[in-house]
Design a protein. Structure first.
Length: 188
């Protein structure tokens, strides 16, 4: 019985060291070497200041900035998630109508049909950092007017910050809102 207890304790110690320390340390080390930016949170910096993460959306509501997708949890990374409201939900309809009213007020002359759906509906995580090129194009005139920039220059910045499909065939083209807004701040 003592021999079996000793073997069990030795196995516990060995597996604790291997699975509790060595393996996590090896995975962390590989991540730091091979995927430095991603392992560190994909932080976006302006000078020596961290502006945010390229993977987590932020709230931009000033006319001089491009606006991202609405967020059900209020862009709180600790509360990531959707509203869980179904397509027949009166609360969802009310939220979409309110978001649409804000967008139409900020874009005189636009009609509800002009507004890309992503600008009035939250993503599944509530933290989507991207909008489609169409979502960015819809906002170009407002941003250009608010900053006193030529709309062509703003369109060029959108084009520069439009990412293609991953590996050429996965997903859709997209624009990272934080990175585009930081580029606008530099261009202004």
């Amino acid at each position: 019985m003592i021999i079996e207890l000793r073997r069990g304790l030795v196995a516990l110690a060995v597996f604790t060291v291997l699975c509790g320390f060595a393996y996590p340390l090896a995975v962390w080390g590989i991540g730091q070497i091979a995927f430095r930016g991603a392992a560190g949170g994909s932080l976006v910096r302006t000078g020596d200041r961290v502006a945010g993460s390229a993977l987590i959306g932020q709230s931009f509501d000033q006319p001089r900035y491009f606006w991202g997708r609405p967020s059900a949890p209020g862009y709180d990374a600790m509360a990531s998630g959707a509203s869980n409201l179904g397509p027949t939900s009166a609360a969802l309809d009310e939220a979409v109508r309110a978001r649409l009213a804000v967008l139409l007020a900020a874009h005189p002359g636009a009609t509800p049909a002009d507004v890309p759906g992503e600008l009035v509906t939250a993503s599944g995580s509530g933290l989507d950092p991207h909008i489609s090129p169409a979502g960015a194009a819809f906002q170009v005139e407002r941003v250009a007017a608010a900053r006193g920039l030529d709309p062509g220059r703003v369109r060029a910045l959108v084009a520069e910050h439009t990412e293609g499909r991953t590996l050429g065939f996965l997903g859709e083209p997209r624009v990272n809102v934080l990175e585009l807004n930081l580029a606008l701040d530099t261009a202004s």
